[in-house]
Write a protein that binds this ligand. Structure first.
Ligand code: NAX
Length: 331
């Protein structure tokens, strides 16, 4: 029998956490043959709610679930974890300045970086979901120097999946037949959803999206803003932010990272820049990646036109500014 893997979910009493833990327990993240022990962390005000989630996990009698740790103690939560999904954070509230939100999250991610560094498994893979996701991941990397930088990532897979969804709706094709869209940059409204390399599998073979959607204007305007603003559209409709789609995308992110991306298909992940595509090292930036044997690599050699270049640089610029703001908050 396979040994169970320990998966940490922070902010587990929140709405994404509530959608995510049953998916993990059902095998959506690590596969149908991989037993798991779920570690859930939240803060004192949510301690009772967290107990309730633990009860429900027990009540669901998941065959793959070999144990549940539910705690408000970061050290206990991080002990021995192989995968850490960081969903907990301080949300922006009405009237709050960007700097105040940043300041709260910087201190949370600094503390949790230390807890992971001290207590997690040496090869722990980290996915940051909580916003500002890229910059929280960067702070985590800075304050957990013994965790390899390749192991610290942030979630842009939801944006990636949203882009696939928009193309599939527009062309009335199945979403599984659309592939190789890219989300570049920050998980924010400056992200650049790029279809220049995307294809659709049709009955007469593989076709570029740009050939099937012969509407440059739509692709350059409405498509991009729809993906960028999708989070806001969900809040408007649901009066709550995206949760099931975020949880599902977090499972996709980890599953592809650990088990590998399918042949000829890439996905988007926020990863530590190595200078690819002229994006300066020192930022956590979303790139197209393929994964094999538990390691991601950035897809190289894609042609970047002038329109795309400007978009790639603008979202990098925003990340630079967030990084500066984060450092300001540290001092
Ligand atoms: P909720 O407010 O429902 O849940 C957050 C949970 O985190 C709460 O239970 C809270 O008590 C807990 N928490 C706060 N500080 C903590 C700490 N220091 N340690 C542990 N837990 C802590 O938010 P939810 O809707 O679940 O969203 C969670 C985060 O995901 C937010 O930051 C949100 O902005 C971000 N999102 C990121 C997305 C992405 O694609 N990267 C998309 C969805 C989502 O908006």
């Amino acid at each position: 029998a396979t040994d169970p893997l320990r998966v940490l979910v922070t902010g587990a009493a929140g709405q994404i956490g509530y959608a995510l833990v049953p998916m993990i327990a059902r095998g959506a993240m690590l596969g149908p043959d991989q037993p798991v022990i779920i570690h859930m962390l939240d803060i004192d005000p949510a301690a009772e709610a967290l107990k309730g989630v633990r009860m429900e996990l027990i009540d669901a009698a998941f065959p793959l679930l070999k144990g549940v740790v539910a705690t408000t103690d970061a050290a206990e939560a991080c002990t021995g974890v192989n995968i850490a999904v960081m969903v907990g954070g301080f949300p922006r509230k009405e009237g709050m300045e960007r700097k105040d939100v940043m300041s709260k999250n910087v201190s949370i991610y600094k503390a949790q970086a230390s807890a992971l560094e001290k207590h997690a498994a040496a090869d722990c893979k980290v996915l940051v979901v909580a916003n500002p996701a890229n910059t929280n991941a960067l702070i985590l990397k800075e304050f957990a120097p013994s965790i390899p930088e390749k192991n610290i990532t942030c979630l842009t897979r939801l944006d990636h999946n949203r882009a696939l969804g928009q193309i599939s709706e527009r062309l009335n094709v199945h979403v599984g037949d659309v592939k190789n869209v890219i989300i570049w940059g920050n998980h924010s409204s400056t992200q650049y959803p790029d279809v220049n390399h995307a294809t659709v599998t049709t009955s007469s073979g593989k076709k570029p999206v740009r050939e099937l959607i012969n509407d440059d204007n739509w692709l350059k305007t409405e498509f991009i803003t729809t993906v960028q603003q999708r989070g806001a559209a969900i809040i408007k409709a649901r009066k709550l932010s995206s949760a099931l789609s975020a949880a599902s995308s977090a499972c996709d992110h980890i599953r592809d990272w650990v088990l590998g991306t399918p042949k000829e298909r890439w996905v988007s992940m926020g990863v530590y820049s190595d200078g690819s595509y002229g994006i300066q090292p020192g930022l956590i930036y979303s790139f197209p990646v393929t994964c094999e044997k538990g390691e991601w690599s950035i897809v190289q050699g894609l042609k970047i036109d002038e329109f795309s270049r400007a978009k790639l640089d603008a979202t990098a610029q925003e990340l630079m500014e967030e990084k500066q703001l984060a450092y300001l908050c540290l001092n």
